[in-house]
Design a binder for this molecule. Structure first.
Ligand code: PLP
Length: 449
């Protein structure tokens, strides 16, 4: 089969995610036939480096032999079963390991099959905890400017990116928005820590005013990924944990994108040594293989639901594929790799290779900033560098970088005018240099005239 055949068939029956379908009148779809390691291959043998881990999910490469083998083995035993009233070994083993690996105090695992659902679960559980505890006045959530927590209505409501949210405004619950610690806005000479600390004032004021009505604060620790990879300092997490404790407000850490080593530590909360009341995980959880997510919480939360049935305090939430055994086995194989290989140590070298390969970008006349937290590195293109003024969004400069990189065999998928590298951990320094060189040329071309 040729690329063109599959494209024609696709465009006659599919509606693609996060896409203006009319774009495909000029923007070719890329049909992928197979993939291995960091390489994707189309039907005519053209290869692309997956520099964005297939939307941030892949950790140890495509067709990873160990994860493949684990799923095959599981397939021979049990593909799926109901998890209400029933159990199976993969979900028990995975829960034991997640409780052991996540920050101390997180002791219960509740499963779903995508990140947005994990966020919905955290929001509902927090609200329901306060209700079960006789605090039914607590109904609100505080989240950060420029945050992203998923696309379902509750998750969208606590998000704050107008591009995704604005249209659906009338459908969404009201939330309280605090200033983001986003260090792109720091003053010249100001450190990340200073700026993040300064921006905490807004959160402090909101908590002082609203704590009695607020269930939880929800944040993406250290990197607002969908919010154009904007970053902040761990001190913000420390301050937030203290303030939430003081005000009897839960802290929900959405580590769906930053979990599993992306920021250098296994979980981003570790940079501040904090334990959230809820931690949401998905994306890398299965190594990028299967849809699975989990919301972890504490004994204190769990116990507020534990009572005689007639007292109606149970968390009656479920999804059909909750705790799917194949997904759990893929996750266990992924955790085996973390346990048996020096992944985080190797990532230090890869993160350095990313930094070195993009060092010269800072001098480009249309690059405002190169920022990095571990295995996430972002390059912000602007029209006016001294004023840090963005290009009009209608010009779609980032899309030009996307198109150029594809021509050269690299999958980059800029967020607006922000080009980022978030590769699988099996990438080589050589491949990182290839991506960086092509990204640089792409930026050069996209910013001409
Ligand atoms: C991707 C993402 C989600 C949503 O996960 P889905 O599986 O796409 O529903 C939520 N929060 C963050 C931080 C994410 O990056």
């Amino acid at each position: 089969m040729k690329n063109s055949e599959l494209i024609a068939r696709d465009l006659s029956v599919l509606w693609h995610p996060c896409t203006q379908m009319k774009d495909h009148e000029f923007l070719p779809l890329i049909p992928i036939r197979r993939a291995e390691g960091v390489w994707l291959e189309d039907f005519e043998g053209r290869r692309y480096i997956d520099a964005i881990s297939s939307w941030w999910v892949n950790l140890f490469g495509h067709a990873n032999p160990r994860i493949n083998a684990a799923i095959r083995e599981q397939l021979g035993e049990l593909e799926h079963t109901i998890l209400a009233g029933f159990s199976h070994e993969p979900v028990v083993a995975l829960s034991e390991r997640l409780v052991a690996l996540t920050p101390k105090g997180l002791s219960r695992c509740f499963y779903a099959d995508n990140g947005s659902s994990a966020v919905e679960i955290a929001l509902k559980m927090s609200f329901h905890y306060w209700r079960n505890s006789g605090k039914s006045k607590k109904t609100k959530f505080i989240s950060l400017e420029n945050s992203y927590h998923g696309e379902t209505l509750g998750a969208l409501a606590v998000g704050n990116i107008p591009l995704y949210k604005e249209t659906y405004g009338p459908l969404l619950m009201e939330t309280i928005t605090a200033t983001s610690p986003d260090c792109f806005f720091r003053e010249q000479g100001e450190s990340w820590a200073e700026y993040s600390r300064r921006s905490f004032k807004s959160m402090k004021t909101l908590l002082d005013q609203h704590a009695d009505d607020v269930c939880a604060v929800i944040i993406e620790p250290l990197v607002q990924c969908a919010g154009k990879m904007r970053m902040y300092d761990p001190v913000y997490l420390t301050l937030l944990r203290e303030a939430c404790d003081r005000h009897h407000v839960h802290l929900i850490a959405d580590e769906i994108a930053v979990g599993f080593g992306r920021t250098g530590t296994l979980f981003a909360c570790e940079h501040a040594g904090i334990t959230p009341d809820f931690m949401c995980l998905s994306k890398g959880l299965t190594g990028g293989y299967l849809p699975l997510s989990v919301t972890l919480t504490t004994d204190a939360v769990y116990e507020a639901f534990y009572d005689d049935f007639e007292r109606s305090t149970a968390f009656l939430h479920s999804h059909s594929y909750t705790g799917n055994p194949l997904g759990c086995r893929a996750a266990l194989a992924t955790l085996d790799i973390f346990e048996q290989e020096p992944v985080l140590e190797n990532n230090l070298q890869l993160a350095k290779a990313m930094r070195d390969a993009t060092a010269r970008f800072e001098d480009h006349p249309h690059v405002a900033e190169v920022r990095q937290h571990g295995m996430i590195l972002a390059i912000e293109m602007v029209e006016n560098k001294p004023a840090r003024l963005a290009y009009p969004w209608q010009e779609r400069r980032g899309l030009r970088v996307y198109q150029y990189a594809l021509e050269k065999g690299v999958l980059l998928r800029p967020l607006g005018d922000v080009i980022y590298l978030m590769p699988p951990y099996v990438i080589t320094p050589e491949e990182i240099r290839t991506i960086a060189a092509i990204a640089y040329e792409g930026i050069d071309i996209a910013t001409r005239q």
